[in-house]
Structures are given as C-alpha cells and as structure tokens.
Design a binder for this molecule. Structure first.
Ligand SMILES: O=C(CO)[C@H](O)[C@H](O)COP(=O)(O)O
Length: 219
C-alpha cells in the first residue's frame, strides 16, 4: 500500500505565525497544506478569507488544498483560486447546482473536490464522479478541530473507494477529522489516499512536526 499524502490542517497552527508554520510543515515532510475556510454560517466557526491564503502563499511551494465550508460557495471560488488554491473542495449542501460548481472549479484551472459530511449520502459521488479530482470524507462534523474520529467513517471510506474504483476514477480519497497515528492505518486500509490532520500534526510544537507526520505516514 502506498504511503498516504499528509495534509496538515493549519486550523491547528499558530495563526500569529502562519508564514513560518507553513514553512515548518514543508521542512517536516508535509505533502499538501490543508486550509479550512469557515464562514460562521455553514459551520459555527469563522476562519480564513482569501487575503490570508494570499499572504501565506509565498511561504511554501506545497499545494494548497482549500476546504470551503461556505454557503453559498460559488461567489468565492475565483477569489480563493486567485489567492493560490490548487484544490478547491465544496459541500453538496453549499449551493443548488453542484455539477455546475465543480465544472466552474475546473474552469478556473484548479482541482475539484467534493466533501461528504457524516450524514451526506455516498450516492452523490456517483452523480458527479467524472468531475472529481478529490473526495473528502469528513470523519467529524465540520466546524472545529480537536474532535473525536467517528468510527462509522471507515465504512464510508470503503463505500466511496468502491464507487471511485468502479468508475475508474483516479480521484484522491481524503479523510479529515480526528485523524491520528492510531486510526490512520485503518483509514488507508479502507481506501484513503490522503489524510488531513490538525491536532495530531501540530501537537508538541514545531520540533515535533516531522515525527508527527512520519508517524501518520508509517501508520
Ligand atoms: O475541517 C476540520 C474541521 O471542520 C479540520 O480540518 C479537522 O477537524 C482537522 O482537525 P483535527 O485533526 O484536529 O480533528
């Protein structure tokens, strides 16, 4: 089994030192930088606008994978792409026309991601599979870092793996929420190819990032 891509969520970083934090992640062996955008409406928390993404973009060459927890999402796609997003991931609940939204992301030259909340049915993946570069399975209800992994997410990863494989899709299958070295192996065994982790990467401070990332890859 190939090692998963490790995508640290900067939601758990020191916001006062974001530029240094993304540099430290690159040195520590991260594959992508995961940016959690929350609008205080779609989810009960408020985080980073496009100006912040633009400000940290020059500090690393790692791809920026931007998870938009925003509704309506369509008016924000271009701004985050211009700010430096490489992947833009959206929820089917974020607008009335998911098919159009995914097409718009690709038209902007970004990779298109679809995010499933714990209660979002897997069937939606089948309807738009040809438009997907990534599927993100939320293993917590989105809005906050530091929550516990919902165990039924493993079965959901397996089911989405089946949908992608049957369609011949090469989309990245990412999991996010409560991911630790203790459950990372089970996520990969279920079919995940990328792991988002906040708390378990940033714990222990910058000197621990490399070991924390290595532990996730090895699991
Ligand atoms: O999207 C998120 C919350 O909505 C975070 O990316 C996720 O929860 C990661 O944080 P942690 O690893 O601490 O659970």
């Amino acid at each position: 089994m190939a090692a998963p891509l490790i995508c640290p969520s900067i939601l758990a970083s020191d916001f006062a030192r974001l530029g240094e934090e993304v540099k430290a992640l690159e040195r520590a062996g991260a594959d992508w930088v995961h940016v959690d955008v929350m609008d205080g409406h779609f989810v009960p928390n408020l985080t980073m606008g496009p100006a912040i993404v633009k400000a940290i973009r020059p500090h690393t060459t790692l791809p920026f994978d931007v998870h938009l927890m925003v509704a309506p999402v369509d008016p924000w796609l271009e701004a985050y792409r211009e700010a430096g997003a490489d992947v833009l991931s959206v929820h089917p609940e974020s607008g009335p026309h998911l098919h159009r939204t995914l097409g718009a992301i690709r038209k902007l030259g970004a990779k298109a991601g679809l995010v499933l909340n714990p209660a979002t049915p897997v069937a939606v993946v089948e309807e738009v599979v040809d438009l997907l570069d990534l599927v993100l399975i939320m293993s917590v209800n989105p809005g906050f870092g530091g929550q516990g992994f919902i165990d039924s997410s493993l079965r959901k990863i397996e089911r989405v793996r089946g949908v992608l494989d049957r369609a011949g899709s090469q989309a990245v299958l990412q999991v996010d929420g409560g991911v630790t070295a203790a459950n990372a192996g089970a996520c990969v065994a279920a079919g995940a190819t990328a792991l988002v982790a906040g708390t378990s990467v940033f714990k222990g401070g910058a000197d621990a990032y490399a070991a924390n990332i290595a532990a996730l890859k090895a699991a």
